[in-house]
Design a protein around this ligand. Structure first.
Ligand code: MRU
Length: 359
């Protein structure tokens, strides 16, 4: 008997090399419609990232890797300097699509390093190496998320109540997710977690994506309004919080979807540990603290008229719509990476984690 396909059977980002394209699930349409988009041009790839059709720090990195490969493939020259000049131009363009998730520039820099390290090779060979690197970024993401899942699972016990914010799930990565990886692995092992998903205003990644993918996997998930998270914590229903992140600064301050810092502050009030799940590709030791992280501001319409046919706010009202916030490191119980869990003092532990990675 054929089993029914769920959202988890799709690849968030898929390379269709034969057709010089990348295929993504349009996440702005979920959960109502599973629509696949075929991207071939620089503008289409830039728009897909900016419009959050592909979103979540690791998935943005994977899309950037495939994106710059596909654009490099379109460069018609055999001359290295001319190739590199055009490559740089396309790289900078993609890099301008969103500012907060460091995975975007991390993946693009990694791809550029392939170009600069192989100046002695032909342009055709460099293109082949770029393809291999982009595939490796995606494969690595799967391994990394699984390792984050194992490390995170060791922090909780069967039957625990877990709160999460935004979507740091499979849809934000290549598989497992980051914050959801311990949940998926625990689910496979019969842990029977009770998961609470914040809806995540204004774009509802928690409601539309996290609740959807966890429910599709058969996880016990309850959707709550963002403003109900303090209630479930005060009720004693939450044992741990797992969130993803877009950038970890050297001192352990973390940028993640707006509202994460509110969850952290309330969790501290109720002595609930808040764990931030972060692949090392999200750790940015060049950014000293959260104050230096550029926080994306998005259009007012996301707040005033996104989800209703009628406008939900007075005409011309002033709107402030930061897409991310910074959680101070003092509020974080641990940063769960593929190399282990970094604990305070983060200035030391994050350096140790990165040294393990580079060993
Ligand atoms: O604006 P988004 O939907 O890209 O924001 C996503 C988040 O904030 C995620 O929590 C973060 O990128 C981690 S994804 C594993």
């Amino acid at each position: 008997m054929e089993t029914k396909k769920t959202i988890l059977d799709y690849e968030t980002v898929h390379l269709d090399d034969e057709n010089n394209a990348m295929i993504i699930i349009d996440q702005t349409q979920l959960p109502g419609k599973t629509e696949l988009l075929t991207l071939t041009t620089a503008k289409q790839i830039w728009d897909a990232i900016y419009l959050l059709q592909v979103r979540g720090a690791p998935a943005i990195g994977v899309a950037a890797g495939y994106g710059i490969y596909l654009l490099a493939k379109q460069i018609v020259t055999e001359d290295y300097d001319a190739f590199y000049k055009e490559f740089k131009k396309q790289k900078e363009y993609l890099d301008s699509s969103r500012p907060t998730a460091v995975n975007l520039s991390w993946a693009l820099n990694r791809m550029e390093a392939v170009v600069t390290a192989n100046q002695d090779k032909s342009v055709a060979q460099i293109k082949q190496l770029l393809k291999e690197e982009a595939i490796e970024i995606q494969q690595e993401d799967i391994r990394v998320c699984k390792a984050i899942g194992e490390n995170g699972l060791a922090l909780v016990k069967p039957g625990d109540g877990i709160l999460t914010h935004c979507n740091a799930g499979q849809l934000a990565t290549s598989r497992y997710g980051t914050a959801t990886a311990p949940i998926y692995l625990g689910h496979e092992r019969g842990y029977e977690f009770r998961v609470y998903a914040d809806e995540t205003r204004p774009l509802l990644q928690g409601a539309r994506l996290t609740a959807y993918e966890l429910q599709s996997a058969g996880v016990n998930v309850t959707l709550i309004c963002d403003s109900a998270s303090s209630t479930v914590m005060r009720n004693g229903w939450i044992d741990a919080i797992f969130v993803g992140c877009d950038r970890v600064a050297a001192n352990g301050d973390v940028a993640n979807k707006v509202g994460t810092a509110n969850v952290a502050a309330v969790a501290a009030r109720y002595h609930i540990p808040m764990y931030v799940c972060a692949p090392t590709s999200t750790i940015d030791l060049n950014t000293p603290t959260g104050d230096q992280i550029k926080i994306e501001e998005r259009p007012a319409e996301e707040v005033t008229e996104m989800w209703y046919e009628k406008r939900m706010a007075p005409d011309d009202v002033r709107v402030y719509n930061p897409a991310f916030d910074v959680t101070d490191h003092e509020l974080i119980a641990g940063i769960v990476t593929e190399y282990g869990v970094a604990k305070a003092p983060y200035t030391e532990s994050l350096k140790e984690i990165m040294a393990k990675k580079n060993a």
